[in-house]
Design a protein around this ligand. Structure first.
Ligand code: MN
Ligand code: MN
Length: 468
């Protein structure tokens, strides 16, 4: 009798309880292979695209190879046309015109291509104790101590006063030198180690070492700085004042790597949010045939600093693009937006058993359990979030289940322990049905972030199912 009762319970549990499995158990061997292959191309993209500008460049090169052409305002596009629009080289919109045109709204995928880093200050170069340094101002939310004693590369542009733009990329080639923020030796760190973690390294201590060899002269002062400026003048034709109109970003110089004996994970800089940018872009590029609705995929800048500025999603550029598209069909932009749906593609915190205290087990995202659907972000009593409607969650969930997407739900940490936001609310504020979807990440915002290959692939698959 006992066994029979247990069987009944097991049966009922199967029917009634939530089943969430590791993607590694659900995916076929063939699909795991496909996921691993997808990860190789993703890693290449990460190594090529360490800044928002480089991400736009890499995207344009992929798009051109796949039949996308530059958007022409006012042109009426037909079903199947593939276009892209670059906003100042720092954000990009790509679009595939669907069979329905814009009649019943568009499907939007929105990810960001900026990542936490150290920006150079506008007057960055100085010499102290016959060593030369750059002053920096960190960008985005970082644990500052993580950015010391790792090799850094320098990326960006310098606009000279004559209008000429110089591109900078030093530290990525194996033959290139790299740069570093030094830290105090433990022997003398007794006082430093008493500082609270947020100030173990302060913002003004994030100074990048850039040289130590003096210019040969016995008379002048600041000879090390002079020698560096001379090298920069010879290489780029720039003077110290040109840094004022530069955007130079110091980022980790190392390449993306497989992690683990089983190579199931990816370690790399900037996976928040280039993991969603790459998967959203490739899902759009790889869309089979002509999708029914027009797909509008936006890879934006400035998310990590609050989405302000003309290349961030609080700017109107996405709205303008959709309004212009609507106009070419003789429609109202607001009608198109009101009928549109959006997956705000951003990462969520993966459950880390070493730091289990901050996460609530039943409502956390787990590495390896598939793409994560996040109904709301924000902080406190759900402030600063669009909270997706049950109807829209139901709509999205149905699509994923129909298309064998391994997915899970997750909240960013325990209630009242912190929080965060994405671009979801800015798109939802345009009266678009919006929800967050993305990859669970370990060590988010660290110089070396960790994702699972299965989750990356499932996120790509989820985007594909949503836009087809
Ligand atoms: Mn972030
Ligand atoms: Mn993000």
């Amino acid at each position: 009798m006992a066994t029979k009762k247990e069987n009944k319970a097991t049966e009922l549990q199967k029917k009634l309880f939530m089943k969430k499995k590791n993607a590694g158990l659900t995916m076929s061997d063939a699909e795991i292979k496909t996921a691993d292959k997808f990860a190789e191309n993703y890693k290449k993209f990460l190594d090529e695209a360490k800044t928002e500008r480089e991400a736009v460049k890499a995207a344009v090169s992929i798009l051109k190879k796949n039949g996308f052409s530059e958007y022409q305002k006012g042109k009426k596009y037909k079903a199947g046309d593939k276009i892209y629009y670059s906003n100042r080289g720092k954000a990009i919109i790509l679009s595939v015109i669907g069979k329905e045109g814009i009649e019943n709204g568009v499907n939007i995928l929105a990810a960001h291509i900026d990542s936490p880093r150290l920006d150079l200050k506008q007057n960055p170069v100085y010499e102290d104790t016959e060593m030369a340094y750059f002053k920096t101002h960190y960008y985005g939310g970082i644990k500052k101590y993580q950015w010391t004693t790792i090799p850094l590369s320098l990326h960006g542009v310098i606009v000279k006063s004559n209008g000429e733009t110089v591109e900078v990329n030093i530290g990525e080639d194996d033959k290139d030198p790299v740069f570093v923020v030094t830290d105090l030796l433990p022997h003398l760190a007794q006082e430093q180690m008493k500082r609270p973690a947020a100030r173990i390294i302060t913002g003004e201590e994030l100074n990048i070492l850039i040289g130590s060899r003096p210019f040969k002269d016995d008379e002048a002062s600041e000879l090390v700085k002079l020698n560096i400026m001379n090298i920069l003048f010879e290489k780029y034709g720039i003077t110290e004042e040109d840094f004022i109109s530069a955007e130079l970003e110091a980022v980790p110089a190392f390449k993306s790597k497989d992690i683990g004996f089983d190579r199931s994970l990816i370690g790399a800089y900037g996976q928040d949010d280039r993991v969603c940018a790459y998967t959203a872009m490739m899902a759009t590029v790889d869309v089979k045939g002509i999708p029914s609705k027009t797909v509008v995929t936006v890879l934006t800048d400035k998310e990590e600093t609050g989405s302000d500025g003309n290349t961030g999603l609080q700017s109107s550029y996405l709205e303008y693009f959709i309004y212009d598209l609507a106009e070419s069909y003789g429609k109202n932009g607001r009608d198109v937006l009101s009928a549109s749906k959006c997956l705000s593609a951003d990462v969520n915190a993966g459950f880390d058993p070493t730091f289990a205290d901050v996460l609530e087990r039943k409502n956390s995202a787990y590495v390896g359990k598939g793409t994560v659907l996040t109904k709301f972000t924000g902080a406190g009593g759900k402030s600063g979030t669009n909270d997706a409607s049950a109807e829209f969650v139901g709509y999205v969930r149905h699509i994923f289940d129909e298309n064998d997407v391994v997915w899970q739900t997750g909240e960013l940490g325990k209630v009242d322990l912190g929080g965060g936001g994405t671009v979801a609310k800015y798109i939802a504020n345009l009266n678009v049905d919006t929800i967050d979807l993305g990859v669970p990440v370990l060590s988010m915002h660290a110089p070396f972030e960790v994702t699972s290959k299965a989750d990356v692939y499932m996120t790509y698959k989820a985007f594909g199912a949503f836009i087809k």
